[in-house]
Design a protein around this ligand. Structure first.
Ligand code: NAD
Ligand code: DAU
Length: 354
């Protein structure tokens, strides 16, 4: 079996759902259920004996050690993190606590467990750390996309905390020999994305008749990858990646934010036109820029493509269409998230105040 952390969040939950659908190997899912964790996303697994959910913190070394000893996973995949750049600007403390101190404690618990394994199991064990392209900083329009050899130049409290965690993971390999793998992925989008992030925010605000906020001039560029392609990349790296290596993950889909928002508006115009017949793009509103806003991210994914034969299944056009259609077809999930009632689901399972 495998231990997944942060598996009630956007990417982690997509990963767990896909893993059980295409692999079947049992999963222990450790998640703190912060505001970003949503057990409703995993509702289809409620009766599935292959999925065991545990509410807890990656920084709780005792709990993690107990889970490792009890379940004896062959791999740990670490998705757990504070992930939103804007939140990191308003309050960096939680980012340092989970992304840096939490990762440190997780690594220590895993190292203890790993050191007790028999030689063969030790060699086969993997700690896969899920990271971001934001650790490389920002690009100009002329720069080549980020390679694995680019310098780390994080600019936000979020990316600095992720960079620190990447360094810890690297050091635990070089110093202690822990068999680690690190993936640095570009912006994900797709089902179950929390609507604080650009794409789900724009879809849901558009449908609610609210403004579609564009930071600054909207010409910042992100490199978008459909979340299920990120999940397939992680599965591939886990299966065939070389320990101690890092792999950049991306789908060669650079887009300016304003173009992304206009594309979403055009798809909505087609699939669910406004009652007044006007285009959704009329709701676009320019707002103050994000402080320290990185101008451009772009991933060079050739190492992963060439060495491990991974390729994304979706283009941006196919993925964004699927995503908008998913949000239109899953109003129960989106209503619960926007109204906050998804947290009642947690209260039901974990008691009030959860
Ligand atoms: P998310 O915010 O949607 O989910 C994070 C999950 O981690 C939540 O379920 C939350 O409850 C859990 N969590 C937070 N702190 C925890 C702790 N201390 N212990 C246990 N669980 C905790 O994030 P996401 O977008 O799914 O991102 C997952 C990972 O992928 C993160 O490490 C992020 O840095 C990385 N990443 C994200 C993107 C992206 O575009 N979203 C791109 C590249 C990499
Ligand atoms: O690059 C990978 C990263 O992508 C991940 O590591 C992060 O966890 C993830 O949150 C994401 O970070 P971004 O800051 O790029 O994503 P976000 O959706 O917050 O913003 C995307 C772009 O859209 C960014 O340039 C800021 C802009 N934006 C965002 C919001 C929420 C707006 O213009 N308006 C908005 O309201």
């Amino acid at each position: 079996m495998i231990l997944v952390t942060g598996g009630a969040g956007f990417i982690g939950a997509n990963f767990v759902l896909d893993w059980l659908a295409c692999n079947g190997e049992p999963v222990v899912n450790l998640d703190k259920l912060t505001y970003a964790g949503n057990l409703q996303t995993l509702g289809s697994l409620e009766q599935d004996p292959r999925h065991r959910f545990v509410r807890g913190d990656i920084g709780d070394r005792e709990l993690v050690s107990r889970l490792l000893t009890e379940h004896r996973p062959r791999a740990v995949i670490n998705f757990a993190a504070e992930s939103h750049v804007d939140r990191s600007i308003h309050g960096p403390g939680d980012f340092i606590q989970t992304n840096v101190v939490g990762t440190f404690n997780l690594l220590e618990a895993v190292r203890d467990y790993w050191s007790t394994l028999a030689e063969g199991e030790k060699q086969d064990f993997r700690f896969l750390h899920v990271s971001t392209d934001e650790v490389y900083g920002t690009l100009t329009a002329e720069d080549a996309p980020f390679c694995e050899t680019n310098r780390y130049e994080p600019n936000s409290p979020y990316s600095a905390s992720k960079a620190a965690s990447d360094h810890l993971v690297r050091a635990w390999h070089h110093t202690y020999g822990l068999p680690v793998l690190t993936t640095n992925c570009s912006n994900n989008y797709g089902p179950y994305h929390f609507p604080e992030k650009l794409i789900p925010l724009v879809i849901l605000n558009a449908l609610a008749g609210k403004p579609l906020p564009i930071y600054g001039d909207g010409q910042q560029i992100r490199d978008w990858l459909y979340v299920k392609d990120h999940c397939s990349a992680i599965r591939r790296v886990l299966e065939a990646g070389k320990t101690g290596e890092t792999y950049n993950v991306g789908g060669w889909n650079e887009k300016a934010n304003l173009d992304v928002v206009r594309t979403i508006c055009a798809i909505l115009d087609e699939l669910q036109p406004r009652a007044d017949g006007k285009p959704y793009a009329e709701q676009i509103t320019y707002v103050a820029d994000r402080p320290g806003h990185d101008r451009r991210y772009a991933i060079d994914a050739r190492k992963l493509e060439k060495e491990l034969g991974w390729k994304p299944a979706e283009t941006f056009d196919s993925g964004i269409r699927k995503t908008v259609a998913w949000y239109l077809a899953n109003r129960d999930w989106t209503d619960a998230v926007t109204s906050g009632t998804y947290r009642q689901w947690m209260d039901k399972h974990y008691g009030a105040g959860a």
